[in-house]
Write a new protein. Structure first.
Length: 336
């Protein structure tokens, strides 16, 4: 073999080796990318995903009790006899509802329900409020952002499915990253969960009937139609269920009208009003407008607008873990 042939042979050998190495390293990367895509399509990020919002949520104290009566007594010890309080809600709640909640009288059931969920709803709104304030500030000096602040803005945009390269990116992000009125959240939670007594709330801490197609350990709906594969999503706590519900309303295409109504309230410097904002919930239930009127009726009958003016007693804070809540697409929004 002459010198030219030897050189060609060596080059051919390296081409083959390089191709083998490329396949060897690319295959797992491609597989990881495919898996990640599949999970993003479903809207539920894998549990190891780091929280994209390095903001802090008011720390809640979680108490336990064997019965509704005992739990209510302990909640009153921390928060006083009056409910709702005049201004400040104690940051005391429970991770789940007591097993006998469906066995107590209606008045006790409602008080337990509201005392547990109100601090959670207010805490989640505080987290969103802090994130929103950051976006407003970051948007005003976006060209100067660098380091952790820039990464934080990018993480928020990705999480809320906003392309930062768009000219109106900050405006769109603020349109999605906003609070949910406590009166509407509490009314929907009561409606969807049967005041905390439904099967999917008791067994899965699922307050809003959210579905999943990937969670193998999810609950199979009792009335699931033939050929359907969805399950009721399982949450580690009631707080995770509230956080996921907030994300669904803030990102799901089915709730564009709701976010538009909320933006109008912001533009007019009005307080967020759940009774008015519930007009954007027609897609949440197959009952459409009848469902909206039912939520509004619950807000009025239980005088839940009083909750909107309350603030959470904030003493300490802990980092959020929003990614664990995930973000279901609108197809997962409701229904057992």
């Amino acid at each position: 073999m002459n010198e030219s042939g030897t050189r060609d042979w060596r080059m051919g050998r390296w081409v083959v080796i390089s191709a083998i190495l490329a396949v060897f390293f690319a295959a797992p990367v491609a597989y990881w990318g495919y898996q990640s895509f599949e999970e993003r399509v479903d809207g539920q990020p894998p549990p190891e995903v780091v929280d994209p919002e390095p903001f802090r949520v008011p720390e809640l104290t979680f108490i336990e009790a064997d019965s509704s009566e005992v739990l209510l007594e302990r909640l009153r010890e921390h928060g006083g006899e009056q409910w709702p309080p005049d201004e400040v809600v104690p940051a005391v709640t429970a991770a789940s509802f007591p097993e006998d909640l469906d066995e107590v009288d209606v008045q006790t059931r409602k008080e337990v329900f509201f005392r547990i969920l109100t601090p959670i709803v207010l805490a989640e709104n505080a987290r969103l409020r802090e994130a929103r304030a950051f976006v407003v500030e970051a948007g005003a000096r976006r060209d100067e952002l660098e380091g952790a602040a820039g990464e934080r803005l990018e993480a928020l945009a990705e999480h809320y499915r906003v392309d930062l390269d768009d000219d109106d990116a900050i405006e769109v992000l603020l349109h999605r990253l906003d609070e949910i009125p406590p009166d509407m959240a509490l009314a929907q939670a009561a409606n969807e969960s049967g005041w905390g007594t439904s099967r999917f709330t008791r067994q899965a801490n699922n307050l809003f009937g959210e579905w999943t197609w990937t969670q193998e350990e999810g609950l199979v709906p009792e009335r699931r139609g033939e050929g359907e594969s969805h399950r009721i999503r399982v949450f580690p706590s009631l707080q995770r269920s509230v956080r996921s519900y907030y994300f669904t309303l803030n990102v799901g295409h089915a709730y564009d009208d709701l976010r538009d109504l909320r933006a109008e309230m912001r533009d007019e410097a009005r307080e967020l009003d759940g009774e008015a904002l519930s007009a954007g919930l027609t897609a949440y239930s197959e009952r459409r407008q009848a469902y909206v009127e039912e939520v509004r009726s619950m807000i009025r009958f239980n005088e839940l607008a009083r909750i909107n003016g309350l603030r959470l007693d904030e003493v300490e804070h802990e980092p959020t873990q929003l990614a664990e809540a995930g973000g279901p697409d609108e197809a997962e929004a409701a229904g057992e």
